[in-house]
Ligand binder design. Structure first.
Ligand SMILES: Cc1ncc(COP(=O)(O)O)c(C=O)c1O
Length: 430
């Protein structure tokens, strides 16, 4: 008989479960393969194509085979800096940018390096918690209110900081536009938060992966503009440029945080070394000031906006509570007003609710509790991107803003309409 190998594994990692968003994607895809007509509102991947100019640049650079500098291709750092300085009036210095295989990895490394409690407004993106668990720590979620569109107030941040008065440094992860709510903080709200950050020595990781998908009507307000000395900015190509699979992200560390850059450069050099060279060359194009790519981002954003508005109005009309999305491609409706009626179907929390809807109505949603929100709030995360991106893009680019209306959504994004019809049918049975 062969002797069984004795395995001793890191208990921090053993406790992790598979990412909720990836798990629902696998489940929905498997059901689709079995012929089920699934409305997949669970997975947040931009459905559009990567702009042809970026694809061409990638093809042209297939021969680039050398390891690139740990901090990133200098030409790329330069184009990321000038792009953000032009688009958002930032003051990025190219030498303070680090390029990584997606912003997720860089957020992870930054969290690994920074000491202190990590405050996260909830609901929030699923991965911050597990990233910190790997380090043997837990996030401190601040449960926000639906009447504030799930945006953390300065008072809530102050209370959170007061829970950690004995710690000299605190970290805040700040994501606007937000996954999972579509909320965009206003300039005033950010200014109020920065006062608390200055008072309590809070280092902010501003997760700006959706910054270019902002349809709030205001120029994108950011922590970098109001609290540059304390803000690390992360972003990348995954959402605005629909290139999640390219795995290209960056992190900006401000003046005064040289030690962070030093630590992260060392971490990068001892882990992934550098992002794939052809991808970095292609990313130079993505971050160039180019009218065609700008128009592409604008068109994609207009589609995200009309789909978000459509779902919002349908949800409200069927009696769900839902705040209006202002960016990204998510909504966070809650079934709170149906709580009592749901009990008659043996549904007592958001997990049971999502499972019931998936099994009986073939609509894939994620429970709000996967986003650190209380289970009994009966909230779900909806991603508004279940449509054929390439066709929808072609149709949308032929139309002006005014004619991108709900009939456009119903004609071109039929799964979104179907999902709403099915949810309505479900609520009518209660
Ligand atoms: C809020 C948020 N931050 C960061 C990421 C990571 O993006 P990437 O690693 O592809 O840059 C995502 C991806 O889903 C996200 O939704």
């Amino acid at each position: 008989m062969t002797k069984k190998t004795q395995l001793h594994l890191n208990t921090n990692i053993l406790k992790l479960k598979e990412s909720a968003t990836l798990a629902i994607n696998l489940k929905a895809r498997a059901a689709r393969r079995n012929g089920d007509d699934i409305c997949h509102l669970g997975f947040g991947q931009s459905p559009f194509h990567v702009h042809e100019k970026i694809q061409d640049e990638l093809a042209k650079n297939a021969h680039q085979k050398d390891y690139l500098p740990t901090k990133g291709l200098p030409a790329l750092c330069e184009s990321i800096a000038s792009y953000h300085n032009k688009r958002f009036s930032y003051q990025f210095d190219k030498d303070r940018i680090l390029v990584g295989p997606g912003s997720k990895e860089l957020i992870f490394q930054a969290l690994y390096v920074l000491e202190g409690p990590v405050i996260v407004p909830a609901p929030s993106w699923v991965s911050y918690g597990p990233q910190l668990n790997i380090k043997g720590r837990e996030i401190d979620p601040v449960i926000t209110k639906s009447e504030n569109a799930y945006k953390m107030t300065a008072k809530e941040l102050e209370e959170a900081c007061e829970r950690h008065l004995d710690e000299e440094q605190k970290v805040l992860i700040f994501n606007s536009p937000s996954n999972p709510t579509g909320a965009v903080y206003t300039e005033e709200e950010i200014k109020e938060l920065t006062k608390v950050c200055r008072k309590h020595n809070v280092i902010v990781i501003a997760d700006e992966i959706y910054a270019l998908i902002n349809y709030s009507g205001e120029d994108f307000p950011s922590f970098h503009q109001h609290y540059p000395e304390g803000t690390l900015v992360s972003s990348g190509l995954s959402k605005s440029h629909a290139a999640g699979g390219y795995r290209l992200g960056f992190l900006y560390a401000p003046e005064g945080m040289e030690s962070v850059i030093k630590c992260l450069s060392a971490m990068i050099s001892e882990t992934f070394s550098a992002v794939s060279a052809p991808i970095q060359y292609a990313a130079v194009k993505a971050y160039s000031i180019d009218n065609d790519i700008d128009n592409y981002i604008r068109t994609c954003t207009r589609v995200h906006e009309v789909c978000g508005n459509y779902l919002h109005d349908r949800f409200k009309n069927m009696g769900l509570s839902c705040s209006h999305p202002k960016g990204a491609f998510y909504l966070f409706p809650d079934f709170g007003s149906f709580k009592e009626k749901l009990k008659s179907k043996n549904i007592h929390n958001d997990v049971e609710l999502s499972e019931f809807i998936f099994e009986n109505y073939k609509v894939a949603l994620l429970p709000g509790s996967d986003f650190y929100f209380p289970k009994d709030a009966m909230a779900v995360r909806v991603a508004s991107v279940d449509y054929e991106g390439e066709n929808v893009y072609k149709e949308a680019s032929l139309k002006d803003s005014d004619s991108l209306d709900y009939s456009f959504v119903e004609a071109n994004c039929p799964q979104l309409k179907k999902a709403c019809d099915r949810l309505e049918e479900f609520l009518n049975t209660l």
